[in-house]
Design a protein around this ligand. Structure first.
Ligand SMILES: Nc1ncnc2c1ncn2[C@@H]1O[C@H](COP(=O)(O)OP(=O)(O)OP(=O)(O)O)[C@@H](O)[C@H]1O
Ligand SMILES: [Mg+2]
Length: 471
């Protein structure tokens, strides 16, 4: 059977299977449905079941009187094969009682002969709407905990402006996108922004972090499985690809993808269809695919851990996200943004950061990028007891030059400032070690106690809950 599953806009058309032994009726169904749907036909129960085994079908129009099998039995076997298929029964008036029994067995609805064209169309439409809703519910449950406020990208640096422009132009078309950038730069936020700005924003955004799923579960997580596909597969499960139907599928940490699954993903990208684990049918997938990585994918290709053909399929449009140290001007904005976020979460009223503290934040190299900055602000908002975040609220290693990152941060500070920063770190370390007993700290540092006091005052360092333990 030649399927032409795409409509004029390139969207996948729903598939309706008409099961009826009367050629005249099959013909009238064809006339009613063929403009909007892909229509398959079966003249009896066994051919209907055969068709369902090999095609993805959305709705079945099932004549209850068939030559080879009782319609109720066909219905039960369809539901056993795939409980998500909606079955609409077509009955004669004298079989309405059977139709009611069938509803209890999971039929979606029934229609009596002779029927009106509009009756059939509205039933099919309703069934399809419910399917979409079911899918949405499954998806929403899986993402229940996510908060949707504070999801916008913050930053005004020219690099960010360029990023916004790219997002906007890419959002309009279903092109495959690869987002690259260091860890914590906001790749997932970019993916969500593309989804939100596109015409499919009301359909699901389904993220899968490939580095976070165990290898054994990965395949069924992505493609789903049929009941009994493997030990423990007690029920059919929809994979993430299917959940993303009509929306965006976000493959995070693509470099962690197992080689044998790379071939399967490649097939999804080329043919836009999947097969569930243990399944026999091909299922059309209509979703935009976005992937992300913090790895050098070209190198992965050279090393043989990433298929080259997959790399080119994923990398149709590449969106690079800049590291935070390349846009330090945005740090103050980001800090404000996160203070507001965590004020709300922790019911605090922090008004900002002290100028000294901001300076430290602006000179740190941020190897963990925005995520690291967010963590620092979260921690500081939670811990501070003052109206403003200050140096004392920061973890000490924030103020230690990070040796892993060259070319950024402290090594560009003038010597005097660098020395002072270093001194501050040492003093803070010692103070922390002696639990802020200043007499003891001064002794260990070889300073007069008053000198220490003056330094602390100059740096704006006071211990949280000040006064206690100050020896
Ligand atoms: N430009 C930004 N504005 C506001 N928040 C941001 C920005 N960039 C990142 N964040 C925040 O930083 C955190 C990390 O972002 P995200 O998860 O998108 O990073 P990532 O690039 O996917 O990191 P990884 O490679 O580690 O998965 C998130 O909480 C996100 O909300
Ligand atoms: Mg990520």
């Amino acid at each position: 059977m030649a399927l032409n599953p795409l409509d004029a806009d390139g969207r996948i058309r729903p598939v309706v299977l008409v099961v009826d032994d009367d050629p005249g009726l099959r013909e009238s169904f064809r006339l009613i449905l063929e403009d909007d749907y892909e229509v398959l036909y079966a003249p009896d129960g066994s051919q209907a079941l055969e068709t369902l085994r090999f095609h993805q079908v959305d709705v079945v129009l099932l004549d209850i009187r068939l030559p080879d099998m009782d319609g109720i039995e066909v219905l039960e076997r369809i539901k056993a094969l795939d409980e998500h298929v909606d079955v609409i029964l077509v009955t004669a008036v004298q079989t309405i009682r059977t139709a009611v029994t069938a509803m209890k067995l999971g039929a979606f609805d029934y229609v009596t002969k002779p029927f009106e064209e509009e009756e059939i169309l509205s039933l099919v439409r309703r069934a399809l709407e419910r399917r979409a809703l079911d899918r949405e519910v499954v998806y929403l449950r899986s993402e229940l905990a996510r908060q949707h406020d504070f999801e916008e990208l913050v930053g005004r640096h020219p690099e960010m402006q360029r990023l916004y422009q790219l997002i906007e132009s890419v959002a309009r078309t279903p092109v495959t996108v690869l987002i690259t950038g260091e860890s914590g730069t906001g790749k997932e936020l970019v993916a969500r922004a593309i989804h939100r700005q596109g015409p499919w924003r009301d359909s699901p955004f389904v993220p899968v972090n490939l580095a976070a799923i165990s290898e054994t579960l990965m395949e069924s997580e992505l493609f789903g499985h049929e009941r009994g596909a493997f030990t423990g597969a007690l029920q059919k499960k929809l994979g993430k690809f299917e959940l993303a139907q009509g929306g965006t599928f976000f493959l995070d940490e693509i470099a962690a993808l197992r080689l044998d699954l790379q071939a399967k993903i490649l097939r999804v990208l080329q043919e836009r269809e999947i097969e569930r684990v243990g399944g026999t049918r091909r299922i059309k997938i209509d979703a935009r695919i976005i992937s992300a990585t913090n790895a050098e994918l070209k190198k992965a290709v050279q090393d043989g851990t990433l298929r080259e053909d997959l790399y080119y399929r994923l990398n149709v449009v590449q969106i690079p996200v800049p590291p935070l140290r390349q846009r330090r001007q945005d740090i103050a904005l980001l800090v404000d943004h996160f203070i507001r976020k965590y004020n709300r979460r922790f019911h605090k009223h922090v008004t900002g950061v002290s100028p000294t503290a901001l300076k430290v934040l602006q000179s740190y190299p941020w190897p963990g990028n925005v995520r690291e900055l967010e963590n620092i602000v979260e921690r500081s908002v939670a811990l501070t007891d003052g109206p403003r975040i200050d140096l004392k609220d920061f973890p000490l290693d924030l103020m230690l030059p990070d040796l892993r990152v060259r070319g950024g941060g402290t090594d560009r500070l003038p010597l005097k400032e660098a020395r002072e920063q270093f001194e501050r770190q040492v003093v803070l370390r010692v103070l922390e070690r002696v639990r802020w007993n200043q007499t003891e700290a001064a002794r260990l540092l070889g300073l007069h106690r008053n000198t220490l006091k003056v330094k602390l005052a100059a740096w704006g360092i006071r211990r949280a809950g000040s006064g206690r333990g100050s020896g």
